[in-house]
Write a protein of this length. Structure first.
Length: 170
């Protein structure tokens, strides 16, 4: 039984389920989602802070957070086209100049020559349809999500392609 399958409560493996351990500790999934939450704190988006971590064999391959492309000014409440036009969350992704956290994690792998094949993505919010297509083509085999994002088509696309999707929060 892997750590992510061990009986747990609130993302913790009970000390009673681990002989010799004196305290509870996070599951592997809860552990890496905490890294995604930390990555989200670097976000420059004015609407939603998202973080992502690509992991293979319990080792971090790359991280990403959402925000403006490198060497561009950060978004502000005055420059965000989505805010100005009242675009609902989960819709019209093309109206945002920001790069999504999942995209940045894939890009970091590419920049540093690290394969993302068979990796697990840990992410604070479920991927949109654009990110789902990229994750499928990047060879991601599993996605662990902290919370749902309004674009539910991305999750369905991942499942339809054979990518395993697990939500930590119901």
């Amino acid at each position: 039984m892997t750590d992510s399958e061990t009986p747990q409560e609130n993302g913790l493996i009970s000390a009673k389920d681990q002989p010799g351990l004196v305290r509870s500790r996070p599951t592997i999934d809860a552990y890496f989602v905490q890294f995604a939450e930390l990555a989200a704190t670097r976000s420059t988006c004015v609407r939603r802070q998202v973080g992502a971590v690509l992991v293979r064999d319990k080792h971090i391959l790359s991280t990403g957070y959402n925000g403006s492309p490198a060497n561009m000014k950060h978004c502000t409440t005055e420059t965000c086209l989505r805010l100005k036009t009242g675009v609902k969350s989960g819709e019209r992704h093309e109206l945002c100049r920001g790069v999504h956290a999942e995209q940045n994690a894939i890009i970091q792998c590419a920049l540093h020559g690290v394969s993302s094949r068979d990796a697990t993505l840990y992410v604070t919010h479920s991927p949109c349809t654009i990110c789902a297509k990229m994750l499928i083509n990047a060879g991601i085999s599993r996605v662990v999500v902290k919370r749902k994002y309004p674009d539910e088509d991305g999750v369905q696309m991942l499942k339809d392609s054979g990518v395993k999707v697990h939500f930590l929060e119901k």
